[in-house]
Write a protein that binds this ligand. Structure first.
Ligand SMILES: [Zn+2]
Length: 469
């Protein structure tokens, strides 16, 4: 068996691992690499392998850095199945079309710049139409059902607790003459125990080969309860001074988590009586998909639905309104009193949130509430750093609004979470590959796996490295 690591190695983006065994090839994830525009374009456009030669894709979850290059894979000739959970397949239906739209818009911008320099226009990596085509190849399966990929190889997906439909991938290779049966486990992105909505990541006890993510391999998260409490206090404080709370949030998962927490506060009578808006078409579509998959939620959420939420809609309550329409979104700019506006994008780099920030950042009664990790060089990061002046749509704005950052909502396992999950393997896997983490985080997790848990062979692959097992 060979494993080639074509993305999410020593970085957290562009997950793609190609497994070749018995003349067949299987791609684990087909993520979009997100980074500097030129580098991202060339890495995403050209695969390091023959797309048409891949027999099947197994997709761990719907996040774009894991699924976002599937339309391009199909465009370049892939004709196999894309296997994932049914919830992941549904989420990809919304997210890949949205991603196709972003690719089309992005290339328009690039081509305007190229024209100025007398250069010929470039094509988008893929379009919405390509994304729609890729969706035809999806096949959704349920957790913990054995699925024969082809003779001798069985796939089982386990709940990873990271986002709706997220899976830990297990591949069982049947024993052959002279060779024992082997199990390969790929974490995808591993969730945190006790996160609202989601079940805890499934503990597995057997693996011969392990691919483990390391996003927070060197960090410990603050407890989620602290951040939930701070969310309530921030809304009460801001509303008390007549201000608005503006929350940049990813349309998928983070927005639904916030809405669920706000719904609970509403039913506990802890929320001030002010309107709350979710202003993002993608968030509206995705929330509908979440509503269709409530069976995936954890016990606590099921209990809340059964006993405390009389309207039976986990993502709806009296004060909350979803906004899809552009004109309605624009009307939010004229609102006078206190309110909460949740809008995308999560790092405030694009989308409607930029308008809300521009309109509200210069009023000291308002609060900008940051609820997710912000990449360097983004507007979100500038806000976290409490920058006194920020640029939005090319104009300078003096920040008067309060900025509050809550770091406890992460849905990635932290170092204790990763080690706690990894210690369930008895004995430890023979061969472990640490992926999906910046070098320092990957290095620290690798050291801990070796020293604390006695893992015998742990390596951090480099980009496009092939390992023979
Ligand atoms: Zn993820």
């Amino acid at each position: 068996m060979q494993i080639s690591f074509h993305g999410a190695v020593q970085t957290v983006t562009g997950s793609q691992h190609l497994i070749t065994v018995d003349g067949k090839s299987l791609l684990l994830d087909c993520g979009l690499y997100q980074g500097k525009r030129d580098e991202a374009r060339s890495r995403n456009r050209d695969f390091a392998f023959d797309a048409a030669g891949v027999d099947a894709v197994v997709l761990s979850h719907a996040h774009i850095d894991h699924s976002g290059n599937l339309p391009n894979l199909v465009k370049q000739g892939f004709r196999g199945k894309i296997i994932c959970t049914t919830a992941t397949a549904d989420l990809c239906g919304a997210m890949l079309l949205d991603s196709g739209h972003i690719q089309e818009e992005d290339v328009q911008y690039v081509n305007r710049q190229r024209r100025k320099h007398g250069e010929s226009p470039v094509e988008p990596i893929y379009t919405q139409e390509d994304a729609a085509e890729a969706l035809k190849y999806f096949e959704g399966i349920e957790y913990e059902r054995q699925y024969p990929l082809w003779p001798g190889v069985t796939l089982t997906l386990y709940d990873a607790g990271h986002m709706l439909g997220s899976a830990i991938v297990a591949l069982d290779f049947q024993s052959k003459k002279g060779e024992p049966a082997r199990r390969l486990v790929f974490t995808g992105d591993l969730g945190r125990p006790h996160v609202p909505l989601l079940r805890d990541p499934t503990n597995l006890t057997a693996a011969d080969i392990l691919l483990i993510e390391s996003t927070y391999g060197s960090r410990t998260h603050p407890p989620i309860e602290e951040s939930a409490e701070a969310l309530k206090e921030t809304i009460r404080r801001t509303s008390g001074r007549g201000g608005k709370v503006i929350i940049p949030a990813f349309a998928v998962e983070r927005t639904q988590l916030l809405v669920y927490l706000l719904n609970k506060l509403y039913h506990q009578g802890e929320l001030p009586d002010i309107p709350i808006y979710v202003d993002s078409p993608l968030a509206v579509n995705v929330t509908d998909i979440f509503r269709r998959h409530t069976a995936y939620f954890d016990e606590e959420t099921q209990d809340f639905l059964r006993h405390e939420d009389p309207d039976g809609d986990i993502f709806g309550f009296k004060q909350l309104r979803y906004i899809r329409d552009v004109e309605q979104s624009k009307q939010l700019h004229t609102l006078k009193g206190p309110c909460v506006i949740i809008s995308a994008s999560g790092m405030a780099e694009a989308g409607r949130i930029q308008h809300h920030l521009k309109n509200n950042i210069e009023d000291s009664r308002n609060t900008i509430l940051i609820v997710g990790w912000q990449a360097p060089n983004t507007l979100g990061r500038r806000l976290v750093e409490q920058a006194p002046v920020v640029r939005i749509f090319g104009m300078e704005y003096h920040r008067e609004a309060e900025v509050v950052t809550l770091n406890g909502f992460s849905n990635h396992a932290d170092q204790p979470g990763l080690l706690g999950w990894a210690q369930a393997f008895k004995p430890p896997p023979e061969q472990t590959f640490v992926v999906h983490g910046d070098p320092e985080a990957a290095q620290e997790l690798a050291t801990r796996l070796r020293h604390d848990l006695g893992y015998p062979a742990v390596m951090i692959p480099s980009l496009h490295q092939t390992v023979e097992i």
